[in-house]
Write a protein that binds this ligand. Structure first.
Ligand SMILES: Cc1cc2nc3c(=O)[nH]c(=O)nc-3n(C[C@H](O)[C@H](O)[C@H](O)COP(=O)(O)OP(=O)(O)OC[C@H]3O[C@@H](n4cnc5c(N)ncnc54)[C@H](O)[C@@H]3O)c2cc1C
Length: 399
């Protein structure tokens, strides 16, 4: 879709072309052309004094009776027989939302051969109801079947809110669910709340992390949001009771054009950042790839994983799976050590949930010190070898 030109009103003055930040408007002899680079920002519409430009009507879809929708749902992700941590975290956020709406909190469990203990675990973390769809076709994740089943459940039971983890699986099929239901989806929320009139307040970084935007979905239901692992805190509710409901779905929901032939586990264990309790991260201050060996040595000593800023990743010193931040992983270890990292907001949003942050930077004004519990103003090439030596000495090891 792109802006529309009314040729009868257009005087080919070219003002719109100068104003377009995307360079999407070219001015010919007799008319202007709008290319596919148009982002529908509307600047051209505002600048055209002849009213020759307009934006296509992006409808809100057919009117819906929003009052028919009730309850908060969490899509419960699980792997290798255990509930994924993000689902615990979402249940605690969902519990708070459901309590504010005086509505039930429900978890949706999809898979094959699902053990009852998974459902019981979801109840312990706050679910009032667990909807289970247990079918052999759901043994391995495929976007199509998982999306179809979730859409079917939502259409028949009408939850007001649906939350899902921004994991690779969630990111893959949840947008398809939202598109099928013609509703909105806010990805990577860092905070969730609900207004008195039932609008889910979905807060996430916007404009490159420079502002936090709170987004609502006023006209469609369910209101859908994804949240990355480790952003919210899980909460066990001792003695919480709930019920498990096995749900059947029509066979056509389970069809998928994709066949999973083989699942190959991730080889690079060091990239399992989100699970690590200690992370030693390096930035552009490390100067070259070889210097990451210092971080690896330290991480090895303390049983941690190595992370990186986007600066270091962009330099090609370490692969992107190690990147922490807005466009990398969100982490919340017990200890996060930022070495030679400036502390740009896009990095900080990915690690500020860490229990304790140590920063090593030679610039005392570096913003990373604003979030650090302990700041070391030093040249990292002096500090790190001395620190490693000290740990080895304390342990009675020779370096
Ligand atoms: C849309 C968008 C998304 C982004 N997403 C991310 C993201 O996910 N993650 C991320 O990290 N960034 C992200 N960025 C980039 C971010 O804005 C910064 O550019 C990046 O984090 C900078 O990396 P850095 O701190 O390693 O490098 P620099 O900004 O170059 O900082 C290097 C630091 O090292 C210190 N230093 C230098 N030498 C030494 C030494 N010898 N000893 C000690 N200290 C030293 C310097 O004082 C400096 O503070 C994003 C940007 C945008 C626009």
């Amino acid at each position: 879709m792109k802006a529309i030109v009314d040729k009868k009103k257009c005087t080919v003055c070219g003002v719109c072309s100068d104003a377009c930040p995307m360079g999407a408007i070219t001015v010919g002899e007799t008319h202007v052309d709008i290319s596919d680079d148009c982002t529908l920002c509307g600047i051209c519409v505002d600048t055209c004094e002849f009213g020759a430009l307009s934006l296509p009507q992006v409808g809100t879809g057919p009117e819906e009776d929003l009052g028919l929708y009730s309850g908060v749902w969490v899509w419960a992700e699980w792997r290798d027989g255990s509930v994924h941590r993000v689902s615990h975290e979402l249940l605690s956020a969902g519990r708070m939302l459901a309590d504010k709406r005086s509505a039930p909190l429900c978890a949706v469990l999809l898979g094959s051969g699902l053990k009852e203990n998974l459902s019981r675990e979801l109840i312990t973390f706050g679910a009032d109801v667990v909807y289970v769809v247990d079918r052999p076709e759901l043994a391995r994740f495929t976007d199509e079947a998982y999306a179809n089943v979730l859409v079917e459940l939502i259409r028949t039971r009408k939850p007001e809110i649906l939350l899902a983890g921004a994991t690779s699986t969630g990111r893959s099929f949840i947008p398809r669910v939202a598109a099928s239901l013609r509703t909105g989806l806010t990805a990577d929320c860092t905070e969730l709340d609900i207004s008195e009139d039932g609008h889910l307040l979905q807060t996430r970084p916007a404009f490159g992390g420079n502002v936090m935007a709170t987004i609502i979905c006023p006209n469609r239901r369910p209101q859908m949001a994804t949240v990355r692992p480790r952003v919210m805190k899980p909460l066990v509710i001792a003695g919480h009771e709930g019920r498990i409901e096995n749900v059947s779905v029509p066979d056509e929901c389970l069809k998928s054009r994709v066949e999973v032939l083989e699942v190959i586990p991730e080889q690079d264990q060091t990239a399992r950042l989100t699970e690590a309790e200690v992370i030693i991260s390096g930035g552009r201050g490390l100067r070259k790839a070889e210097n990451f060996a210092l971080l690896q040595e330290l991480a090895g000593l303390v049983g941690g994983a190595v992370g990186a800023s986007r600066g270091a990743v962009e330099e090609g010193w370490i692969c992107p799976s190690h990147q922490v931040g807005q466009t990398g992983r969100t982490v919340a270890p017990s200890l996060y050590m930022a070495v030679g990292i400036a502390g740009a907001i896009q990095h900080v949003v990915g690690m500020q949930g860490s229990k304790f942050i140590v920063a090593v930077n030679k610039d005392p004004q570096a913003p990373i010190f604003d979030v650090a519990g302990c700041g070391v103003v030093a040249d990292l090439f002096e500090f790190l070898p001395a620190f490693i030596r000290k740990i080895r000495q304390e342990r009675g090891e020779t370096s």
